[in-house]
Design a protein around this ligand. Structure first.
Ligand code: HDE
Length: 710
């Protein structure tokens, strides 16, 4: 590639070698044969049978027949983007990794976000954990940080993963429900495995219905190690902090968004990057010196526990920017293979039993998903550094290894490829001292399953707690068996009794004082549940404010989608004033009119409509603006969908601004009674609207909003 065509991103340059573009090119077969007809098969006469000889037909159909590969067992639904990671603070005292020391590097990254339970074609707005997997193409080899948007996981030992996933996936007899945890098998499992309760309460919170992939935190979850030049180890937890803050939608919106735009998150990520609003995250680390391993009330190796940021602050060391969409979804997003086992010198594993199991699972799953051991040769998976070894052959070998030898040691090839010394950057596992009995079991120190769910719940704002209660009520309300609901209620009561009582009221049940389910005794589950009960519950921190979305950033309206409701005769003056002000701050305004095509403002100018009211929904927007203009308002009043649009925006606690006659359309809606609401802005300065949008939602409106019958 000529120097001129090089980007600043070495991985993108590497991928470009594999780009294929048919512009101005002749259609050929896979063998390069030029083709003059790709519409008709070879027949014995115009009305005759197709001939077996037709190699053109066979090549085309065979290729088509084999287009699909198995979808990921979990995290099947996802979207990805390219970007760069830049270090802002080097940490040689903790890690010798080049990526954590060289302030001049721009390390290429490829990041895939996903839901967990749904199939590849399932809607984005499921209540679910989100995957947050980052592939760093570093100069010392590829490092994959395969994390989630929640800082803890459901289970403590990899051995339970198939059970967890089988329980949450659609039930095996009828393959229902898709991309939903609200069903009996999941709660049957959760209520028998108290270790799940912490991650579970996060899933009941707004974190499970993010507004955007760009507005989620990311977490490596496990405690890893950082290793410095001296070979010393520090424990570390990795955090991604989004520049736009952590924001979510409401459950009612999520339900409606799935129908209005099943690709909402995918589109949101794609559009933001296409429009140059590059998503950004800071990388933070929580460092715990080796000597402090046993200082905490929980075990650092237990992946169901977080280290509250108030106990160990997150130190920001770098920034990741996603600045380029993939060229081809299948080739890149679908074929990318993340392996937690991909690490580089300066980073190492701990004995977290979940991490240890993952180190096996991810390579194994790629073998069936991508068809063999050479998946690292697929362009998106290739490191940016050269690779040489004696691994050979296998399905889809695309390299041509030269020479007589494929073993080590050898003399025929002069001992090559030769070994590296540790001082030359060879990976060297941390020399952890081990002297133990071989046992199949779990450490007692993993036994407290209630303290952290309770800490999480205590740390939430009132409106967040309300959402959690509603989520439990919805989810359990979808279960058929009362004994499963009751077992859950009893467990929720161990987290918070008021919460359990509220959920019980919604279910029309009572919180049981003890669980009675003979089948439990038979399977020993009761015993397991009892083992983890309070008094083990500890209160080492009253609250962790960092866990609440109420304490996130509310300082930007960049990329917020603002619906502007218009019809012919809308007020150009008001529209322009608002648009100019909001666009300057990076908001995206969309004109929504009774029809597609163009609308004509009161100054007789034509404006291209972004969506007709029939093709869009209020749940796809962050805020709503009606510029007024009598004729326009009169037209809109005649269309029920405009009124529904306004009612829903109000119900979902969004900022609404109206100018002039716009006020009168509010009188046709439920907003009429609540015009004194803090974020219903009538004839106010655009600055006020901007402030209201930046707040994300006016949660003070929640109790009013829930009575809006739309
Ligand atoms: Fe995964 N997980 N996982 N997981 N995981 C997979 O690997 C697995 C776990 C995560 O965008 C699979 O390539 C086991 C924790 C993400 O391609 C599979 C265990 C965390 C992605 C697998 C876990 C994750 C996966 C399926 C328990 C957060 C999507 C396809 C021991 C720290 C990556 C694949 C992408 C994908 C196994 C638990 C995150 C089957 C056995 C904990 C983000 O290998």
């Amino acid at each position: 590639m000529s120097e001129k065509n090089k980007t600043e991103n070495q991985k993108i340059d590497d991928l470009k070698k594999h780009h294929k573009d048919g512009d101005d090119k002749t259609l050929t077969t896979n063998q390069g044969l030029k083709v003059n007809d790709t519409n008709n098969s070879l027949k014995s006469g115009e009305r005759g049978a197709t001939l077996l000889e037709d190699f053109l037909l066979r090549e085309k159909i065979t290729s088509f027949d084999h287009e699909r590969i198995p979808e990921r067992i979990v995290h099947a639904r996802g979207s990805a983007a390219h970007g760069v990671f830049e270090l802002t603070e080097s940490i040689p005292q903790f890690s010798k990794a080049g990526i954590f020391n060289d302030l001049n590097r721009k390390t290429p990254v490829f990041v895939r976000f996903s839901t967990v339970a749904g199939s590849k074609g399932s809607p984005d707005l499921a209540r679910d954990v989100r995957g947050f997997a980052v592939k760093f193409y570093t100069q010392e080899g590829t490092w994959d940080l395969v994390g989630n948007n929640m800082p803890i996981f459901f289970i403590q030992d990899a051995m339970k993963f198939p059970d967890l996933i089988h329980s949450v996936k659609p039930e095996p007899n009828n393959e229902i429900p898709q991309a939903a945890s609200a069903h009996d098998t999941f709660y049957d499992f959760v209520s028998h495995a108290t270790e799940t309760l912490h991650n579970h309460i996060w899933v009941m919170s707004d974190r499970a219905i993010p507004r955007s992939y760009r507005m989620m935190e990311g977490f490596g979850i496990h405690t890893f190690r950082l290793i410095n030049e001296e070979g010393e180890s520090h424990f570390v937890k990795f955090h991604w902090k989004p520049a736009l803050g952590v924001h979510s939608v409401t459950w009612d919106e999520a339900v409606k968004m799935r129908g209005a735009d099943a690709d909402f998150h995918r589109r949101d990520l794609w559009d933001a990057i296409e429009s140059g609003h590059f998503p950004e995250w800071e990388l933070g680390v929580q460092i715990v010196p080796q000597a402090d391993e046993f200082k905490f009330e929980f075990d650092l190796l237990d992946p169901t526990k977080l280290i509250p940021e108030e106990m160990v602050p997150v130190q920001i060391i770098g920034k990741m920017t996603l600045n380029r969409n993939p060229e081809n979804f299948f080739a890149e997003t679908e074929q990318v293979a993340f392996l937690p086992g991909h690490i580089v010198p300066g980073i190492d594993f701990t004995n977290d039993p979940l991490l240890q199991g993952r180190l096996f699972s991810y390579r194994d799953t790629q073998l069936s998903r991508l068809g063999g051991p050479n998946f690292h040769q697929i362009p998106i998976n290739r490191p940016i550094v050269e690779t040489h070894n004696n691994n050979r052959d296998g399905m889809m070998q695309t390299e041509i290894p030269k020479g007589q030898t494929a073993y080590f040691p050898n003399s025929l090839s002069g001992g090559c490829p030769h070994l590296a010394k540790i001082s030359e950057g060879a990976f060297h596992s941390y020399e952890e001292k081990i002297d133990a009995k071989k046992i199949r079991g779990r450490s007692e120190s993993f036994n407290d399953h209630f303290s952290q769910p309770a800490l999480f719940y205590r740390s939430l704002a009132k409106w967040e707690q309300q959402h959690v209660a509603e989520a439990y009520t919805f989810e359990l309300g979808k279960c058929e068996h009362d004994y499963i609901k009751e077992r859950m209620l009893w467990l929720i009561a161990q987290i918070d009794t008021d919460l359990a009582n509220e959920v019980a009221t919604g279910l029309g049940l009572k919180v049981p004082t003890k669980i009675e389910q003979p089948i439990n005794q038979a399977i020993g589950a009761d015993a397991e549940v009892q083992k983890h009960q309070p008094p083990a519950k500890k209160n080492y921190l009253d609250k962790s404010p960092k866990l609440s979305q109420a304490n996130t950033k509310f300082d930007s309206i960049a990329t917020r989608q603002i619906a502007v409701l218009v019809a012919d005769g809308f007020s150009m003056r008001n529209y322009k004033k608002m648009t100019d002000a909001l666009e300057k701050e990076g908001a995206v305004l969309k004109l929504i009119a009774p029809h597609g095509g163009v609308v004509i403002c009161d100054e007789n100018m034509k404006h291209t409509v972004d969506a007709s009211i029939m093709t869009t929904e209020s749940v796809l927007f962050d805020a709503l603006f009606i510029p007024g203009g009598k004729k326009a308002i009169d037209t809109m009043k005649q269309e029920a969908k405009f009124l529904k649009f306004i009612n829903e925006a109000f119900k979902h606690c969004k900022a609404i601004a109206v100018n002039a006659e716009g006020e009168s359309i509010l009188d046709e809606t439920f907003v009429a009674k609540f015009k004194d609401d803090a974020t219903v802005l009538i004839n106010q300065d655009p600055k006020e609207f901007s402030k209201a949008i930046a707040k994300h939602r006016n949660w003070d409106r929640m109790n009013v909003a829930k009575n809006i019958p739309v």
